[in-house]
Each structure stands twice: as C-alpha cells, then as structure tokens.
Design a protein around this ligand. Structure first.
Ligand code: PRT
Ligand code: ZN
Length: 292
C-alpha cells in the first residue's frame, strides 16, 4: 500500500470539522458528499467515509490505518471487543467536545446517588457505563438503546439515562438533570499500532501537519511599537511569548518595533495591558501554520 487509509465519519457531527481540519492540513479533495472513498492530493491519503461506530473496528482490523472519531466510540469498542485493540490515540483535535453524563428526571435529582439503588439506566454506551458504575461500587441494570436515549424515562423503559451531552438542551427539553459525568470526549486522531513503513511515514507527516494547524489556531503574531525600557514589562504581559524580535526605529533610537509570537488566548485583555504599559500601534495577526 502506497497510501494511508484514513477512516472518517461520513455524515454526522464530526464530519464538517474533520473535512475542514484535513483541508487546513494540506489535503486536497472534492466534496466527499455521497462518496465512500475519496482520493486526496497534497498527501498520499485515501479517505474512507463510514459511520462513526465502524471507525474503531476499521482501524483495529487493519482495513484502515488511522481514523478520526470520538474517544467515546473508541473506548466503547475497546470494552466491547475485549481483545487487544491495536488502536492508539495520537492527538486530541479540539472539536466535537461533549461528555457522557448520567441524568435522571428533574424531580429525582436531589436523591442521587442515595436513592439510586433500584435504577435502570438506558444508554448506547453500556461498556463505559458499566465500567463507571463498577468503579463507583453501584452496579445497576443497563438497558441498551441505539438512539433517542433521552426518551427512555418518559417511555417507562428506564429510570435514568447515560447519554452524550454538549449544550445540555436535549436533557432539559426532556425534563432530565445531569447528576454525574461519566466520560469526557473530544474528537481524536487514532492510528493502528502495527503499520507498514509507508503508512507510518505518511501518518507521521499528517500528524505533524495537524499539530501545526492546531497550534496555529491559538497563536497570534503581535507587532507593536514601544520604548526600549518598556520591553521587560511587555514580555511579562504577552502570554506564551518566546524571544521577541526587536527592530530599532530609524526615527528614534529609544523606540523599537517589537514582534512576538503569542501562543495563548485572551487577546483583548493582553492588548489592553500592552497599551497600559506604553505599547502603541499594536497589530494582532492570525497565524496560518505554526511549526516549532
Ligand atoms: O451516523 P453515525 O453513526 O456516523 O453518527 P451518530 O449519529 O452515531 O453520531 P453523531 O454524529 O451524533 O456523533 C458523533 C460524535 O460526535 C460522538 O461520538 C461524540 O464524540 C461527538 N459529539 C459531540 C456528540 C455530541 N457532541 C452531541 N451533542 N454526539 C452526540 N450528541 C447528541 C447526544 O447524543 C444528544 O442526542 O446530541 C444530543 C445532545 O446535545 P445537546 O447539545 O442538546 O446537549
Ligand atoms: Zn454512530
């Protein structure tokens, strides 16, 4: 195989962010809508478009070399298959954030966990839930549902639910209240632990590019003018700053232009503080790629 086979979600919550990230990492491809395999330019990669639940198995079985998926799905697959998974998490990708949470009908929230003994819990993640309950010493009956888990208490199928939550609106709309976080999740790049040399090389290149894209996202290039004696104060304020570049201004030997690469957020606050210590003509520029 002279290409890396990367499994990604065909059509779901992770799809658009995944396509955008891969494009920013230099993969060029036509619209993947309605296609199963997409060949990329820019890096020897074939995208395999599948349901997210199938991605861990694709990588575990060797059908694909790597994938982008929620760790909730990876962990559930690991617990279900029990054998060696051959799957490693390579990088958290800063999108698809959510949590797997335990929720009970509003009126019963105050009684958790004391009055939780006879509870039946509906979930699509029985492996993760059972692990969590065992660790808390509260084994309960688990009802497995493949979707619409939040309806279970109203339908009388279960007393509580364990479902993915991001804004919490779905739980609220169904009269449910979160009582415990079971698992935190954010999309990850996974890779097979045993890969041929070519796939290893391409995956390392893809990973380096993805890391540079993610690093650039929180980085800004800040340019300003200042007096030389203000430099210490400026460097203390600008967070994540390595060595600043100092350029003397031709018109005034006491004045310098300062360029810094700032790798942390909170820019308005930082800019206001820079102004307060005397920096002027401050320009803040986004960073397209950031390779250390
Ligand atoms: O068709 P396919 O099998 O590929 O997709 P799917 O329907 O099984 O998965 P999908 O697209 O819903 O989710 C894919 C991944 O996105 C999950 O495995 C999570 O890692 C991540 N993710 C992030 C979420 C959410 N946020 C999320 N809010 N997955 C699901 N939800 C659902 C949740 O199940 C509930 O129904 O959204 C609802 C709650 O949202 P809030 O905002 O109301 O709390
Ligand atoms: Zn799914």
């Amino acid at each position: 195989m002279s290409k890396l086979r990367l499994a990604i979600q065909r059509n779901g919550r992770l799809s658009d962010d995944t396509f955008a990230l891969l494009r920013r990492a230099g993969l060029e491809f036509d619209s993947p809508k309605g296609r199963l395999i997409v060949n990329c330019d820019g890096l020897p990669v074939d995208l395999l478009l599948v349901r997210d639940d199938d991605i861990p198995n694709c990588v575990r079985s060797g059908a694909c070399d790597a994938g982008i998926v929620g760790p909730d799905v990876v962990e559930e697959d690991r617990l279900q298959c029990r054998g060696p998974s051959h799957v490693q998490r390579l990088e958290a990708l800063k999108f698809g954030r959510c949590r797997l949470a335990l929720a009970v009908p509003e009126g019963k929230a105050g009684l958790f966990p004391v009055d939780f003994r006879a509870t039946t819990i509906a979930t699509s993640f029985p492996g993760i839930l059972r692990d969590f309950l065992a660790a808390q010493g509260m084994e309960r009956d688990v009802t497995i549902m493949s979707g619409s888990v939040e309806l279970a208490p109203r339908l009388g199928i279960a007393d509580a639910v364990c479902d993915l939550v991001s804004s919490g609106a779905t739980l609220r709309a169904n009269g449910l209240k979160e009582v415990a976080t079971v698992f935190e999740s954010e999309a990850v790049l996974i890779g097979r632990t045993e890969l041929g040399d070519v796939a290893v090389t391409i995956l390392a290149r893809l990973l380096a590019r993805i890391r540079s894209v993610l690093r650039a996202r929180s980085a800004r290039y800040v340019m300003m003018n200042a007096r030389r004696d203000q430099l210490d104060a400026i460097c203390r304020i600008a967070p994540g700053v390595k060595e600043p570049t100092i350029i003397p201004l031709a018109s005034d030997p006491d004045q310098v232009a300062v360029h810094v690469l700032s790798s942390e957020g909170g820019f308005w606050e930082t800019v206001e503080q820079l102004r307060a210590v005397g920096a002027t003509d401050i320009l803040v520029l986004p960073v397209e790629k950031y390779l250390e």
